[in-house]
Design a protein around this ligand. Sequence first.
Ligand SMILES: [Zn+2]
Ligand SMILES: [Zn+2]
Length: 461
Amino acid sequence: MSAYDPYDADRPLRLGCACGQHTSDAEHAAATLRERSEAPDVVASTSAFIEATLVKALFPQDALRRRFLRAVGRKTAAAAIGSVLPLHALQAMAQDKAPLEKKDLKIGFIPITCATPLIMAHPLGFYSKQGLNVEVVKTAGWALIRDKMLNKEYDATHFLSPMPLAISLGLGSQATPMNVATIQNTNGQAITLAMKHKDKRDPKDWKGFKFAVPFEYSMHNFLLRYYVAEHGLDPDRDIQIRVVPPPEMVANLRAGNIDGFLGPDPFNQRAVFEEAGFIHLLTKELWNGHPCCAFGTSTEFIQKHPNTFAALFRAVLTAAAMAREAKNRELIAKVIAPQAYLNQPETVIAQVLTGRFADGLGQVKNVPDRADFDPIPWQSMAVWMLTQLKRWGYLKGDVNYKQIAEKVFLLTDAKKHMKALGQAAPEGAYPKFSVMNKPFDPDKAEAYAQSFAIKRDARPA
Ligand SMILES: [Zn+2]
Ligand SMILES: [Zn+2]
């Protein structure tokens, strides 16, 4: 990718960044974020604590420690102690940096803001810091992601979080065990409608509408179905739902091929930017904190490359923790906007990530948690996804909900790695939640799947 593209209408042509030390705004932003990730308050809080413990062991009496420091000075003391305490080696051991089975890796991604953590880990150097040489490969659609995972072209990937469940169960492909290591993003999706429907805000008026979703095994499909069904529409009979790769959604909306979509960002915001559509609702209004995409790989890859997998886990969790902080969002928008990643106007991505956005109907909204990046792969989320597969006839017969959830969603590993990185990892595995104010109890999954007025026993032919 060239840093200077004089023929890009979406970006200002500027030779270099504001400070003059980088070739582009994106590189300047990446350098600033890299500094933040290495800031003493982030990384050093653990090592400072270890160091303090060791110094206390050297000088059990504090008076002695202070006399020593006054005699030689702070700097000399730190250097002298550092030379006898192999702090970095100890930290490496603590993070169990065992030899990596594979270092050159290909990770697939769809160019959407859902993938922010695994994308930004690349320019911020989080993979290389773990000793990995990662190529993040932009991919045209979800079916291709699945196929490239099945034929092992990719080592790990950005998934829609229901995909590893579907592939493990053999829905839509041969059954191959896949895993969710972390959730990539929570919230961050929307229902966008064509401008001509700006007075049709009640789903009861949507009979005959054509909608796009990114893939059948997606939260987008499940949430759109759930939403229209709660308003009395049968998603298989009263509307049409078709699969469209996210980067093609806005063009299809503009051409009138679809009336709307429940899709990932930045394409909801891109539709507003192009005045092709407006944001009808954010999916967080249906289920605040819902999972969307995931980071994962095949069970076989994990078994063959446990240390490489652990290193990937650390890189992605480090990125997720940075992405969760509001103060980093504007810089992250600059880092992931360029052609190699999202290839979108920075202003579109910034509106998604900061939550200050134009809705396409003349309003500017302020929703800081429009998109978030909580990485915890709660097993209750997996059980909910399975109930929707059952509800709509994708999955038939008896379903052992919890057994499948626990096999596919690697909650224990995620918590272990989060703790090792000094991140907070809450207790439990099956937190309850509500979708459109209807409570979901993961202990009563089958009853929940059967509780809906509109449901299917099998997929329509
Ligand atoms: Zn700069
Ligand atoms: Zn997503």
